[in-house]
Ligand binder design. Structure first.
Ligand code: AMP
Length: 415
């Protein structure tokens, strides 16, 4: 017997999954976003250049594929670099380019609750929009999606501001000085991070390191005048839009391209992996990936599996779209099977949802199965019905039976 690859899942009931996607599509249309799709395979170098050569995603978590040529390709670990590649490659002129895309992502992680090797993200990007007001509008859009469209209540929004390139240079210097003083007390991994990618120290899971970093200098206390003004505007605008948030000075996000606004939506109900959506501003990515002009952008990725875990907890409160009523046709004997196909075809042609029992079970067993399947009507075709060109219609809920002419059946069921 074959088993699924570690860290992957079979989805046998997509009701909630599709609920998320459908709600997102409706919601994003209201905000003038357009759906796009990019390939699942991309050149590995795309992520080295954008996500970052020293990030965990690129150094440890890539699913590499060696093809026939020299090019090393990979299964995409995230969507933002692909969206920006598509923006450049397709020479998109009209900005802001407001797009969303969803689908599977791949990261070679240690699987646990809410963390998989194949998982799904819904990515939303505004490419070519520099205003901090755009960030506030974007975050409000997400907050409204989670709160109003999905009905989530048990979550929080964390925000931080990483400043401009110059701010981060100053901050790296201050942080390095701080780390020099505490280096003997932090873990070996953080000593490496200090040299290679210093902001990543804040992602360290070691409790001792986390305690030490509480006293680290904060980037928001070391912003230039313009960035400081933007940071204040962001907080003012979010308050004005009634978005509840908490400032988290250690929130730096795991990917390299972020500048200025960063945020995460988190929930304690998720266990160890608390973030179900993360994003922020990335102002240099278009040039970094070979575009001619910088296109300041803001985006977010929603982790669908983690949102699913949250929805499972409030399932009873969710108003899912009503399933179509199921009609089950029961041919009693071999001779009525052909007629059953014709009756089903006619009803399906009228837009009704229909299935047929063709395995020759006893009527008792077919009725039992129909009940289990939640059929609304059972349509019985026996020798007598066939002879009289009729169908016996039994309404499962009430047990009421009627005999209807085959020719009138579609209209009867539809009314
Ligand atoms: P990131 O692209 O790392 O910023 O992640 C954005 C969101 O994707 C996170 O907040 C999670 O909800 C989700 N996510 C990231 N990695 C995984 C994973 N391995 N398994 C499931 N969800 C993930």
């Amino acid at each position: 017997m074959f088993r699924k690859i570690k860290g992957t899942q079979d989805f046998l009931d997509l009701t909630l999954f599709n609920f998320i996607i459908d709600q997102a599509k409706k919601h994003l249309e209201q905000y003038n976003f357009v759906e796009i799709a990019t390939p699942i395979i991309e050149p590995l170098d795309l992520y080295k250049r954008s996500t970052g050569e020293e990030t965990e995603v690129v150094t440890k978590q890539m699913f590499k594929i060696t093809g026939k040529g020299d090019e090393v390709i990979c299964l995409r670990p995230e969507a933002t670099p692909s969206v920006i590649r598509a923006f450049i490659e397709n020479k998109i002129q009209q900005t802001p380019w407001k797009v969303f895309t969803w689908g599977p992502m791949f990261r070679y992680e240690r699987p646990q609750k809410g963390r998989y090797r194949q998982f799904h993200q819904l990515n939303i990007e505004v490419v070519g929009a520099s205003s901090v007001f755009q960030d506030a509008h974007f975050i409000k859009m997400l907050d409204r999606f989670f709160g109003e469209k999905l009905g989530l209540t048990d979550y929080a929004l964390l925000i931080n501001f990483l400043g401009c390139f110059e701010d981060r240079k100053t901050y790296h210097f201050l942080l390095r000085q701080f780390l020099n003083d505490v280096e003997q007390d932090v873990c070996a991994e953080c000593s490496i991070r200090k040299e290679k990618n210093i902001l990543r120290i804040f992602d360290c899971k070691n409790p001792q390191c986390q305690t030490i970093y509480k006293d680290a200098p904060q980037i928001t206390n070391n912003l230039c005048k313009d960035c400081n003004a933007e940071w204040e505007t962001l907080q003012e605008q979010l308050s004005l839009l009634s978005v509840t948030f908490a400032v988290q000075p250690t929130l730096v996000r795991g990917l390299d391209y972020y500048s200025k606004t960063v945020f995460e939506f988190v929930s304690d109900s998720l266990g160890a992996q608390t973030a179900f959506c993360g994003g922020g501003r990335y102002n240099q990515l278009v040039c970094q990936l070979g575009g001619k002009e910088d296109q300041p952008s803001v985006g977010a990725a929603i982790g669908i599996e983690r949102v699913l875990l949250l929805l499972e907890l409030i399932k009873e409160r969710i108003l899912l779209p009503q399933k179509k009523a199921l009609h089950l046709i029961l041919p009693i004997e071999q001779k009525q099977k052909s007629l059953a196909l014709l009756v089903a075809d006619n009803l399906q042609n009228s837009g009704l949802s229909v299935d047929i029992f063709l395995e020759g079970d006893s009527i008792k067993s077919m009725m039992r199965k129909a009940n289990k399947m939640g059929a609304k009507y059972v349509l019985i075709l026996g020798p007598q019905e066939q002879e009289e060109k009729k169908v016996s219609v039994k309404e499962m809920m009430t047990g009421k039976s009627e005999t209807i002419l085959q020719i009138d059946l579609a209209d009867y069921l539809k009314s």
